[in-house]
Structures are given as structure tokens and as C-alpha cells.
Design a protein around this ligand. Structure first.
Ligand SMILES: [Zn+2]
Length: 267
């Protein structure tokens, strides 16, 4: 590790930016949950990581048109995921809340490309966008059972894709490490961020809820249950060996468990 990288550890922060959410059936989180058939509020988040070599965005959130005209992007699926967003609940105003604009973001790591994670790419065509090669292919030609939750309009921009085949150390200093975590989708990936206090593992949708992961209960939106099992073994191994804090994007108790920007952050 270089002196620069070592010296920078104290500077790095993760700003979790809340971006609205949707009313989703409990069955999405676990088809066998006794609350299946009831709706629950499922939050959306993006995360800004400040690194000396550039500000990194982990996921880009839902497109703002989901607030005003969800059917234009999701079709009939808009009725199953009832989006709840205010004018402030998307990438641009949330970046402004921490004094940033999209031009301050140089690198984007996309966990995967579902509509609630990839809708901000339209504003990030100047940035390098890191995605697993398998994810981009999966998103461009989704299987029937996930077709409605990939929105091709999110991807059809002149995006500077960096297609990865496996693990990747973003700046070569060990501080931001990408790990493939397939299961939810074919090319899902998660980001391990080495902050001064402790590593934080941004899971994306590698698990919807850590509590369900602990019990190895597979959510309804799954490419491969077998891949989920291997991914969850890896996530828990990294948690143990690195003392990493696990942060799932859609954790339902976010109001108490997530230090939300601009007032709070991970450091
Ligand atoms: Zn997803």
C-alpha cells in the first residue's frame, strides 16, 4: 500500500443517499414469510464514496420519471412496485445535498442494473461505469422472469462501460474492492470499502435483508438460488475475516440502522 493510500484512509467517507422507495409485497423479500400478501416500504439508496483519486458512486438509483409517470418506464410492473419518491428523492438533488453535482462523480460501480439501481446512468455518461460483463449481457437480454425489472432506457446512453470479469481493486490500493456476488442477478457485484473505523461491505442486492441471508432464505427475485448460497458464504467469510459491516441496500430498518447523509455518514 502506498503512502498516499495510507494517508487517505482518514479522508474516506461513505455518504448513504436516500432516494425514496416503493411499496413491495413481503413475498419479494421471502415468498414464505408469514407477511406475504402484505405490502412493506422498500427503500432505495445510492452511496457516494470519497477517495483521493475520485468520488465513487455505488449504484445510481431510480430514474426521476418513476415519480411522475412510472408506467412509461415500467409498464404494468409499475402496479406491483408502487414507487414512492419526492422531487428530492433521486440522484441529482441528493448529490446537491452533500454539495456535489454529477460532474463530481468520476467512477460508478453498479451492483447490478435493475431499474431501482441503474436509473441515474443517464446523468453519468462522463464517468467510468464498472459492471460485471455477465451483468451487462444479462440486463440487455433478460430472462422472461426478470424482463420487467430491467429498463432498457436506463442503459441506452453513451455510457463508458468498464466490463469486469471477477474481482477488481478499483484504484489499485486495496481500499475499494469489487467482489462478484451473483444470485439476485447473473452478474451482481458488491463493494468492500476500507474506512478508517472498519471495512463496510456495500452489498447492493446480494441480500435484500441480512436477517434473511443468515437463515439462507432466498428472495423471490433470484437468478440462481445456488449462486446465492455461494455468495452468502463469501459475504460471511469477508464479514468474519475483515470485521466488515454488512450494508444491504433495501434494509427495511434503514431509518435507525443507516447513517443517512447529509447529516451523517460512515467514516
Ligand atoms: Zn435488484
Amino acid at each position: 500500500m502506498t503512502d498516499l493510500a495510507y494517508g487517505s484512509i482518514g479522508e474516506m467517507r461513505i455518504y448513504p443517499l436516500y432516494c425514496g422507495g416503493d411499496m413491495t409485497d413481503w413475498a419479494v423479500f421471502d415468498p414464505f414469510d408469514p407477511r406475504a400478501g402484505q405490502k412493506v416500504f422498500n427503500p432505495y439508496f445510492v452511496y457516494v464514496i470519497t477517495h483521493p483519486e475520485g468520488n465513487v458512486l455505488f449504484d445510481s438509483g431510480a430514474h426521476p420519471t418513476l415519480r411522475t409517470d412510472p408506467h412509461s418506464r415500467l409498464g404494468a410492473t409499475a402496479d406491483s412496485f408502487q414507487v414512492v419518491m419526492t422531487e428530492e428523492d433521486w440522484l441529482v438533488p441528493r448529490l446537491a445535498s452533500i454539495g456535489m453535482s454529477t460532474s463530481d462523480i468520476s467512477h460508478v460501480v453498479q451492483s447490478h442494473l435493475h431499474f431501482d439501481h441503474a436509473g441515474g446512468l443517464e446523468w453519468l455518461t462522463h464517468a467510468k461505469v464498472y459492471v460485471q460483463r455477465d451483468e451487462l449481457a444479462f440486463a440487455r437480454n433478460p430472462p422472461r422472469y426478470q424482463r420487467e425489472i430491467f429498463v432498457q432506457k436506463d442503459l441506452n446512453h453513451p455510457i463508458d462501460w468498464i466490463e469486469l470479469d471477477g474481482e477488481f481493486d478499483l484504484f489499485g490500493d486495496g481500499l475499494l474492492r469489487i467482489f462478484p456476488t451473483p444470485g439476485h442477478t447473473k452478474g451482481h457485484q458488491s463493494l468492500l470499502v476500507h474506512l478508517r473505523s472498519r471495512p463496510v461491505f456495500l452489498l447492493g442486492d446480494a441480500a435484500y435483508l441480512v436477517s434473511k441471508m443468515r437463515e439462507r432464505l432466498v428472495p423471490a427475485v433470484a437468478w440462481s438460488p445456488d449462486a446465492f448460497m455461494s455468495t452468502w458464504d463469501l459475504v460471511e467469510e469477508i464479514e468474519r475475516s475483515q470485521n466488515a459491516l454488512l450494508v444491504a441496500t433495501h434494509e427495511l430498518d434503514y431509518e435507525t440502522s443507516v447513517p443517512m447523509a447529509p447529516a451523517r455518514w460512515y467514516a
